[in-house]
Design a protein around this ligand. Structure first.
Ligand code: CTP
Length: 404
């Protein structure tokens, strides 16, 4: 099998320079990339850069190499088309089927998955015209990544930034791996909690846990690639912001509960991948706790935290809402998982075995997905993204069954 063929469409925004990094990631990971810039984008990054970095000619117009019929051939032979950055103008053209240059022609002839990574000023992104174009593209099966919030061109700050190229690359990888299956979570709002909560003792100390947040972040990335609107409630994870998610940062279990309940109000799915502390110190010392010579330290008194998973499972904010929990077990993994599934009242429980060297912070995971219907799906050791895909497959089946 040859290298997967990727078309990188670049439209005319300042973020075009970030597409160079995306191109580098794609070529270095074994993709054959053909860059199709718009004429306007060449004001930001020139043709020579694209040709040199991709190893392929980078043409703008349908009038070059006409004998090769590029306006049809490039789109037809692609395995993935990614447009980054996608300007408001490009989204409008794509939504309306205009075809006045090579990139827009390519979009019309492509039968493979298409990813748009928009970047523009907040006003342009929020304008009803753009929002309707985005909705149209999504309805037709394209993955349109929500822009990031942050510094824009000039002095402005807001929603409209192109997400980190590394993270756009992750979305592309997931979409490519799924092939023509299509974004089956389109139109769904999924809420994912990730990381580990920290319960403060005083301004400098806390009780925490070893959860890295990687499994929750992998769930967020794969859900974006499957077309979902994603709210990621992140507790103390030191990881790059995934592209296209609405990120809510929290510290403690109580903060996490509040953020998850708020986001769950209109969610189709809630996945509790975070390691939530079961207990918190009964008292918080406003000043740093000092050691005193000749005195034993005072015991730390703990109180229970609310169980967020049990709460949202018992009191679903929406009819048919799917709730997924995680369980980290050290012994009797399956038996403990089954009884925890019952106790928590969720639909699916992802059980994995943990230990000093297992799972925490590692790149891979091995788990069993237990269903309240008695189902059991074993997922062999592999990347956390692979487990995430299996979880979404199970979730998609449940949603389908509930809709029927
Ligand atoms: N969880 C939660 N709120 C808590 C504690 C845990 O929502 N206060 C969620 C976690 O996000 C995870 C699941 O519950 O999805 C399992 O957590 P775990 O700590 O394994 O469950 P416990 O009931 O605490 O079981 P154990 O007695 O084994 O500690």
């Amino acid at each position: 099998m040859g290298k997967p063929k990727v078309v990188l469409g670049v439209s005319g925004g300042i973020a075009a320079y970030k597409a160079c990094e995306l191109l580098r990631r794609l070529t270095e990971s074994g993709h054959d990339v053909r860059v199709v810039p718009t004429a306007a984008s060449l004001n930001f990054v020139g043709e020579a850069t694209w040709a040199a970095l991709s190893g392929n000619p980078a043409s703008t117009e349908v009038w070059e190499s006409v004998h090769e019929v590029p306006h049809v051939r490039i789109g037809q032979s692609a395995d993935l088309v990614v447009v980054a950055p996608a300007t408001a103008d490009m989204l409008a053209k794509a939504a309306h089927g205009l075809a006045d240059d090579l990139l827009t022609n390519t979009l019309l002839t492509a039968r493979c998955p298409v990813v748009f990574a928009p970047a523009m000023h907040t006003e342009m992104w929020e304008h009803p015209a753009t929002q309707e174009n985005v909705a149209t593209l999504r309805r037709r099966g394209a993955v349109v990544i929500e822009p990031a919030v942050g510094r824009l061109t000039g002095k402005d700050t807001g929603k409209g930034r192109l997400p980190d190229p590394e993270e756009i690359f992750e979305v592309c990888k997931s979409v490519l791996a799924r092939g023509v299956t299509g974004p089956d979570l389109a139109g769904r709002h999924v809420v994912i909690s990730a990381g580990g909560t920290r319960e403060p003792l005083d301004p400098v100390r806390f009780l925490g846990n070893r959860s890295s947040g990687k499994q929750g972040y992998a769930l967020a990335r794969t859900a974006v690639a499957r077309g979902a609107r994603v709210t990621l409630v992140s507790a103390n994870a030191a990881l790059a912001d995934p592209a296209g998610v609405d990120l809510v940062r929290v510290g403690t279990a109580l903060q996490l509960r509040e953020a998850v309940l708020k986001a769950a109000a209109d969610a189709d799915v809630v996945v509790m991948a975070a390691a939530v502390a079961d207990f918190r110190p009964a008292e918080y010392a406003a000043g740093k706790i000092k050691k005193k010579d000749g005195q034993e330290p005072a015991p730390v008194v703990l109180v229970r935290n609310p169980d967020v998973l049990a709460e949202i499972s018992a009191d679903r904010a929406r009819e048919g809402q799917v709730v997924v929990g995680f369980a980290a077990e050290t012994d009797d993994v399956l038996a403990n998982g089954r009884s925890k599934l019952l106790r928590k009242g969720c639909d699916l429980l992802v059980v994995n075995e943990v230990g000093e060297t297992k799972t925490f912070g590692s790149e891979g995971n091995e788990a069993v997905v237990l269903g309240s219907d008695g189902s059991e799906t074993a997922v062999p050791y592999g990347p956390k993204e692979a487990l995430a895909e299996v979880i979404w497959d199970r979730v998609a089946l449940l949603m389908e069954a509930r809709r029927a």
